[in-house]
Write a protein that binds this ligand. Structure first.
Ligand SMILES: *Cc1c(COP(=O)(O)O)cnc(C)c1O
Length: 463
């Protein structure tokens, strides 16, 4: 299995190389050259399998010869053993034909753990074999950073630096990043918003001298291995509801388009998915783009679902690559326009392709709060604000005989203020992390300045 860049100018890589690299050297994102297919019979066989067995079957064709089957099984087993639920990704029912896929039972209570825990184990296995050391740099709107720090803390060959927007993440998110004591992990509070954090990380990757000197590796949602890990729960959820004999639809609370792109890959592999619905908060660039209004950035307006407060949605580039018939030159041109003009129009042909797969909707702040309140009242279900955006958008769709599965992307206790404001009840942290508020914090405030950030990384990294 070989991986190519969405901008067509970077070297073709193996799975392991693409995972270690993150962003391609031409600024693009790696995607598999071809999408492995699962037959009806192979999908049917997933029924009744454990999450780990399903994960092995679904991901195996993508990793090539990076690991033996035994190694890969062991990696998967270690990745998910710290989850607080045996099913890993359980489904609960919200209404007649509406289900919630709970993706928040991992160690940092958000769906990012599915990918990050796996990536931590993949890196560990790969670096132990090569003896190499890497420096991981990542930007986070809150959940990626905590998941990355949790996945990599204490690992020998890895130093981790996470940039988060100062004052714009929830207290639980911040504490998950600032309380681990291991000296290979560093939480950096940047004076700026998430897009600034993401832009500085991209700058570091495009500064090849620095990139090569520190062995920079990326684990942001642009990393292909993360997308791959997320493909698995689309299969397990669909199969629990009768796939491949029955089609299902998904609504996905979206920011960087990583999670929903995994659903698109599942569909391309042969999983019968009817609709893939992008659900955005008031920062709705994706909803506007998919509604035919062009991909045009506006400022970020902080919301009660901060992990979706994004205006440059990195993984959307992967969808554009396919929509433009895998023309890397065309994608590179759009991304140049985005950089110089703050946006671009999507061609009619590409819009046609995108609208065959994706629908979209948007929930305002008031609608999100009202949805949290209603679900609590009618079902006793406590939603985090991101999941509530998804539930609201799904509930606005025309009724259909196809089951709708909305992804619950975080545990409500990760966003207790918004949940308490809507329901009057403060959701408690699960017992296993109840001492979170007592641990002491370690964080460095940094300016939105590439040179200063690079100097800090050089000074702090152990390698
Ligand atoms: C990251 C995140 C999202 C958005 O996921 P993308 O892959 O960026 O679309 C939604 N909800 C929560 C809780 C998140 O942490």
């Amino acid at each position: 299995m070989r991986y190519v860049s969405t901008r067509g100018q970077a070297p073709v890589l193996s799975f392991e190389e693409a995972m270690m690299t993150g962003l391609a050297r031409d600024g693009g994102l790696y995607v598999p050259e071809t999408i492995p297919q699962m037959t009806h019979a192979q999908i049917a066989e997933l029924a009744g399998a454990s999450y780990e067995e399903a994960a092995f079957t679904i991901m195996r064709p993508f990793i090539g010869d990076a690991f033996t089957d035994d190694e890969f099984r062991a990696i998967i087993a270690r990745a998910y053993q710290g989850f607080g639920h045996d099913a890993r990704a359980p489904l609960v029912q919200l209404g007649a034909n509406h289900y919630l896929l709970e993706l928040f039972h991992g160690p940092t209570l958000a769906f990012k753990d599915f990918a990050m825990q796996l990536i931590g184990q993949l890196f560990q296995a790969s670096l132990a074999r090569s003896g190499k050391k890497v420096t991981i740099a990542g930007a986070t709107s809150g959940d990626t950073g905590s998941a990355a720090i949790e996945a990599f803390r204490g690992l020998d060959n890895v130093d981790v630096f996470i940039l988060f927007p100062h004052g714009r993440v929830s207290e639980v998110q911040r504490r998950q990043m600032t309380t681990p004591v291991e000296d290979n992990v560093h939480a950096l509070a940047l004076d700026g918003d998430f897009d600034d954090c993401q832009a500085r990380v991209k700058d570091m990757f495009n500064h090849f001298e620095f990139r090569d000197a520190v062995g920079l590796a990326g684990v942001n949602s642009i990393n292909w291995a993360r997308v791959l890990a997320q493909v698995v729960y689309y299969f397990t959820a669909a199969v629990s509801l009768g796939a491949p004999h029955r089609a299902v639809s998904f609504t996905v609370p979206t920011g960087n388009f990583g999670d929903i792109f995994a659903g698109y890959i599942a569909k391309r592999m042969g999983l019968p998915i009817d609709q893939l619905v992008v659900a955005t908060n008031q920062n709705d660039i994706l909803h506007r783009a998919l509604s035919g209004q062009g991909y045009v950035t506006q400022g970020v307006t902080p919301s009660i679902s901060p992990s979706m407060d994004i205006q440059v949605s990195s993984n959307f580039e992967r969808a554009l690559f396919d929509a433009y018939d895998r023309d890397g030159g065309a994608v590179a041109q759009l991304m140049d326009e985005l950089k110089s003009d703050g946006g671009f129009q999507i061609s009619q042909g590409a819009m046609q392709v995108l609208s065959e797969t994706f629908a979209s909707g948007r929930a305002s702040e008031e609608e999100t709060s009202a949805t949290i309140a209603t679900q609590f009242k009618t079902n006793g279900e406590i939603l985090c604000p991101h999941s509530a955006v998804g539930v609201k958008v799904a509930s606005e769709l025309p009724t259909s005989a196809t089951p709708m599965i909305t992804l619950a992307t975080a545990h409500p206790a990760k966003f207790p203020d918004a949940v308490e404001a809507a329901t009057g009840t403060r959701p408690p942290l699960p017992n296993r992390m109840a001492d979170m508020y007592e641990r002491s914090e370690r964080v460095t405030r940094v300016a939105n300045d590439l040179t200063a950030i690079e100097a800090l990384i050089n000074e702090r990294r152990r390698a």
